[in-house]
Design a protein around this ligand. Structure first.
Ligand SMILES: *Cc1c(COP(=O)(O)O)cnc(C)c1O
Length: 481
């Protein structure tokens, strides 16, 4: 590694702070802390000066790739630019110093913010109820599946199957399994949308719900959604929408109007809170009347000008996160929505769709297009042609790093061979989109002129090609001296 660990830079006795001389009598520590809680040995922390710590992290951030550095077209992730005003509001002392156990009368501001954010998400999704607790999209799916289970149990007829289209995000079948249901695949047709005949074959009175991503992970809108909704509800099952990514729909179409009973919304995608690298997220869930009584507790309610925490009764699935979820993420999303306004929300989606279609138009003569439909906010190319010339999509993705771009999503969705999934988002200029298209077209040319460049890419990054399977299976993030 070109940068040593802080532990490796440590020098005994070096300090990152200075304190004034003690001007009160020294007290033995065990007067304040029971002796069983007092450390026997010093904590093994690096000893290092303040400027070395600062330089270390600045150097790391320079080696890293992030949205403040450049274009990040990672499909299904919505890596849009995060306005800095969100950081100003989320670090306001009134929010950061508020204890989560503060009584209602001292936390009216925070409760109001959560209440209003909930109202905005209900309006955006066209739903009746909302919980802000889930910490991620996947936890939103899990929360919804628990509510769906409670709904069927409450009717006295438990159901066990969740239908999942074959283009679904991996978290969908994973959430189904972890919440104790069985997932059954529904096939896609030649247009990349749900095959209605296959759906009919799979619907029966043991199906609890179908999980649909719309637009789906190919970026294609499920144009048969009205028919699907009718079939599913007639079979007594519920409609779940994976709304991790609402970037194509804002103020254009609402999940509630399409007949969905629950939708999770990734604030850390559509609503601009930073993500990537596993930081905190927020995956609120909005629900239709059918599921309202099963929402997690507590709910945030309003009477007159006062905001309250309310237990919504015995049918609730209970709590799914400590306190109120990842509150800082809620402040960021609230700020973003207030800054943009409802007119602006529609602009976001229209620009996201135009950007994706512009980029596709620049690339479609050079790469195969997985499905020949007009996409929404993202699209999927296939590198089959390139594979036949001896270069995998992974090589192309790595080579893009040498051109200063983050790679698109690769090998997902699973139904596309050599998939390259591109989501530019609305926050990029035409110049950036052109520069990215130029780079991909140039790389496509390099397959003929200098394939070795691709096979050994990246050349210019601090670390070269990593074994990501081993990195996942043998994750070892602990320094052992
Ligand atoms: C990102 C994403 C998820 C999962 O969200 P997390 O916050 O990463 O758990 C689920 N479905 C789709 C379609 C996504 O893009």
């Amino acid at each position: 590694m070109p940068e040593k660990l802080l532990f490796e830079k440590s020098v005994a006795g070096r300090k990152g702070y200075t304190l004034p001389k003690l001007d009160v009598p020294e007290q033995p520590i065990d007067e304040f802390i029971p002796s069983k809680f007092i450390r026997k040995n010093e904590a093994a922390l690096p000893e290092i000066s303040e400027n070395e710590v600062v330089r270390h992290f600045v150097r790391l951030s320079n080696m890293n790739y992030h949205i403040d550095k450049g274009f990040y077209p990672l499909g299904s992730c919505t890596m849009k630019y995060n306005p800095k005003v969100n950081e100003v509001t989320s670090s306001m002392a009134g929010f950061t110093n508020l204890h989560p156990f503060s009584p209602e009368e001292f936390s009216q501001g925070a409760l109001r913010l959560m209440y209003e954010l909930g109202e905005y998400l209900k309006a955006i999704s066209g739903m009746e109820g909302v919980t802000l607790q889930p910490a991620a999209g996947a936890q939103g799916e899990f929360t919804s599946l628990l509510m769906i289970r409670a709904y069927h149990n409450n009717k006295g007829k438990p159901r066990n199957i969740i239908l999942v289209p074959d283009s679904a995000h991996g978290t969908n079948p994973a959430s189904v399994t972890i919440s104790g249901f069985k997932s059954v695949n529904v096939k896609s047709n030649i247009h990349g949308t749900i095959d209605i005949e296959d759906l009919k074959r799979n619907l029966n009175d043991d199906v609890a719900a179908i999980m649909i991503t719309n637009p789906n992970t190919l970026g294609i809108f499920e144009s048969d959604i009205v028919t699907i909704e009718k079939l599913v509800h007639e079979a007594g099952a519920l409609m779940y929408m994976d709304g991790a990514n609402l970037n194509a729909l804002l103020n254009i179409v609402r999940p509630g109007d399409m007949g969905f009973d629950a939708v999770h919304i990734n604030l850390h995608k559509t609503f601009s809170t930073p993500h990537g690298g596993g930081g905190p997220g927020a995956g609120p869930v909005a629900v239709s009347k059918r599921l309202e009584q099963f929402l997690p507790i507590p709910l945030i309610t309003k009477t007159g000008n006062q905001y309250h925490l309310k237990n919504n009764g015995e049918k609730s699935i209970g709590r799914i996160h400590t306190f109120f979820g990842n509150f800082g993420m809620l402040v960021r999303a609230y700020t973003y929505i207030r800054m943009i306004g409802s007119e602006g929300l529609r602009d976001i989606s229209e620009n996201a769709i135009i950007n994706a279609n512009y980029l596709l138009s620049r690339l479609k003569n050079h790469f195969d297009v997985a499905y020949n439909e007009t996409p929404m906010h993202e699209f999927v190319l296939s590198g089959e042609k390139q594979k036949n010339r001896g270069i995998r999509v992974m090589d192309i993705a790595k080579r893009l790093l040498d051109y200063g771009f983050h790679a698109p999503t690769t090998y997902f969705p699973l139904i596309v061979k050599e998939a390259l999934m591109i989501e530019p988002t609305e926050t990029e200029t035409k110049e950036t989109l052109d520069a990215f298209a130029d780079a991909l077209i140039k790389i496509n040319g390099e397959i003929t002129t200098n394939p070795e460049l691709l096979l050994t890419a990246p050349q210019s990054t601090p670390v070269k090609r990593l074994d990501d399977t081993r990195g996942t299976k043998q994750l070892d993030a602990c320094y052992k001296g």
